[in-house]
Design a protein around this ligand. Sequence first.
Ligand code: NAD
Length: 260
Amino acid sequence: MLNTRTAVITGSTSGIGRGVALKLASLGTRVMINGFGDSEDIKALAAELAELSGQQALYNPADMSKPTEIKAMIEQAEAEFGGLDIVVNNAGIQFVSPVEDFPIDKWDQIIAINMNSNFHTIRAAIPGMKRRGWGRIVNIASAHSLVASPFKSAYVTAKHGVAGMSKSVALEVAQNGITVNCVSPGYVLTPLVAAQIPDTAKARGITQEEVKNDVMLAAQPTKKFVEIEHVAEMVAYLCSDAAQGMTGSNVSIDGGWTAQ
Ligand code: NAD
């Protein structure tokens, strides 16, 4: 059934979002990707997605910290696809710092991109989903939507916010054929995580190898990074008709991290 659906995946030029776009396209979904990056790479990804799905694949460059651009992106998807069935809120950034030194602009940016953007896409997409009586919203939260780590106050705040927002909206639209869920990965080795390694090493005064083994995977009992494809599989399931009874859930894929 996903081959009759249309989807916007925010932050899908890299990492988990890219993996989700590839998975949904492989199931025949018409996708709109979003995010920053080299324009030739983005063109190539859109072409790959169109090839995979056998359908049109669009790109919208909206900055997820800008509400007007987010609204225009959802409107473009609705207009060009003739309706928007699925929103995967995935765009996210990280910044690691002791709270007393946390740059105010970084705090504001993380709250805007990692949390407020979900509100803006949802707000814009729900009316159309209600009209059509079907919708899927999947928010990529994090193990940090359930537990905390030091030096990540903005990220942990935003992700806890996303988890709460998902539950609240799930209740509002429960009788409209629309589900709202979070997927909460542990550490996935994407560019976002790789970029954190030097900063965490600096903040903690340890080597980068120690950050990987003793800080990141210390929390993950499996001692393995979560794989992008496995997160994408769960998102695809939540977007399917079979998942219609799942709403307001926060699905952990964290190698046992939050079981401790
Ligand atoms: P990534 O850095 O590989 O990708 C982030 C994507 O977001 C990119 O496409 C980037 O261009 C886009 N983006 C960043 N700022 C944007 C903005 N202002 N507007 C539009 N797009 C923007 O990161 P990732 O690791 O794939 O993370 C994706 C999501 O998964 C994030 O929400 C992150 O918090 C979450 N997550 C990641 C991990 C992990 O270990 N990698 C774990 C749990 C949750």
